[in-house]
Design a protein around this ligand. Structure first.
Ligand code: E4P
Length: 225
């Protein structure tokens, strides 16, 4: 299972890379807009930092020809480990077919339904990105849609895998990890909740306090008798 950071803020990305086993970074136009900086300046900085890890960058053109031109430039500037996020809509499917012909790696994004994701997978998308929380917000079950999409891909022998996206809480992420999806992409805020919690911190602090009561403050296994 691959774990990606869903963010374009280089300091947040650096921090998470320092502490956690992550496999790459996914961005989208909204996340880039939050940086207030030129898109390629931000993306080059991310690419330089993450090396050959996968980076996901979204095309924004309304038509297939524009998306394909964007994809060519993105890969030229950021390297072949960069996957183009193409919205799973009719113009997007048309673009995907061309990218598949040209050997440019891409994913189907903005997936709210199983059928959208299935068509993107059939177009050759390496990943498809169901938007779990946004589906929940529409009154449906985002985790279940993601799992149904996984079944549709597997049961039809397609090569695509999920990059499940748009999470608001740890539970949504854990359900999908438990079921063995190919990957998830998680915001820094949700990341913090994946591994932390007051009870866990309290348990670790209690071990330290108990040890200090035996050896004195500041003494560790490095320098105790
Ligand atoms: C995924 O490809 C998107 O970048 C993202 O996960 C959407 O998440 P949001 O619902 O938090 O905007």
């Amino acid at each position: 299972m691959n774990l990606f950071i869903d963010n374009a803020d280089i300091s947040a990305i650096r921090h998470i890379y320092e502490y956690y086993p992550v496999d790459g970074v996914s961005t989208n136009p909204t996340l880039l807009s939050r940086t207030g900086r030129a898109p390629f300046a931000v993306l080059r900085e991310i690419r330089d930092f993450i090396g050959a890890d996968e980076l996901f960058v979204q095309a924004v053109s309304p038509d297939a020809a524009g998306m394909v031109r964007e994809a060519r430039r993105i890969v030229r500037e950021l390297g072949e480990e960069t996957l183009i996020k193409i919205p799973a809509v009719p113009e997007g499917y048309k673009a995907m077919k061309e990218l598949e012909r040209e050997g440019i790696r891409f994913i189907g994004t903005a997936v709210y339904t199983v059928m959208q994701g299935f068509i993107a997978a059939k177009c050759g998308a390496e990943y498809v990105a169901p938007y779990v929380n946004r589906i929940d917000s529409m009154g449906f079950d985002g985790v279940q849609v993601a799992l149904d999409l996984q079944d549709a891909i597997d049961n039809n022998g397609l090569d695509s895998g999920l990059i499940a996206a748009s999470f608001r809480n740890t539970q949504q992420v854990m359900e999908l990890i438990r079921c063995g999806v190919k990957s998830v992409t998680v915001s820094p805020e949700v990341f913090a909740g994946l591994t932390g919690g007051a009870m866990i911190d309290a348990a670790v602090e209690k071990f330290s306090a108990d040890f200090a009561s035996l050896t004195g403050k500041g003494v560790t296994m490095e320098n105790c008798d």
